[in-house]
Write a protein that binds this ligand. Structure first.
Ligand code: GDP
Length: 139
């Protein structure tokens, strides 16, 4: 059993696709072990995306991530990190496979609807960034 962090980014919340994204997880037998809606400060967004601080899009990305509420979730299941990445599709929606969340709803390489941890180490850091143990249910 594995856990990963999923975020419905401000564009996804604004587009009213929270339910659609969650439906795709549940249809794929992924369990939601924790969930909340929050609005990040710039400092919190910079901390979350610290690995990208040297990238040219860091300032724009952290501005975007603070532009509205987000939904953060802990997902649980077998191979859930890879499974979630497959449901999300490629970072650039133009390269994403048909039927993926980003292909269906993203409008921009930055405004790409969802975030998902890419490895067990990043999942552990990202889950801990938003949730403590008491807020995560065993599913
Ligand atoms: P992910 O793991 O698929 O989310 O992709 P990355 O870890 O490479 O990038 C993190 C996030 O930064 C992406 O989801 C996008 O929101 C944003 N991003 C990635 N590449 C670019 C880019 O070339 N330009 C801009 N403006 N944003 C980008």
């Amino acid at each position: 059993m594995e856990r990963t962090l999923s975020i419905i980014k401000p564009d996804g919340v604004a587009k009213n696709v929270i339910g659609e994204v969650i439906k795709r997880f549940e249809t794929d037998s992924i369990k939601i072990a924790a969930m909340k809606m929050i609005k990040l400060t710039k400092t919190q967004a910079q901390g979350f995306y610290a690995v990208h601080r040297e990238r040219p899009f860091f300032d724009s990305l952290t501005d975007f991530m603070t532009s509205g509420p987000i939904v953060v979730m802990v997902l649980e299941g077998k191979d859930v990190i890879a499974k979630n990445r497959k449901l999300m599709g490629a970072t650039n929606f133009k390269e994403a496979e048909d039927g993926t969340i980003r292909k269906d709803y993203a409008t921009d390489i930055e405004k790409n609807v969802v975030h998902g941890s890419d490895a067990p180490e990043t999942a552990a850091f990202e889950i801990g960034y938003f949730f403590n143990d008491l807020e995560i249910q065993e599913r």
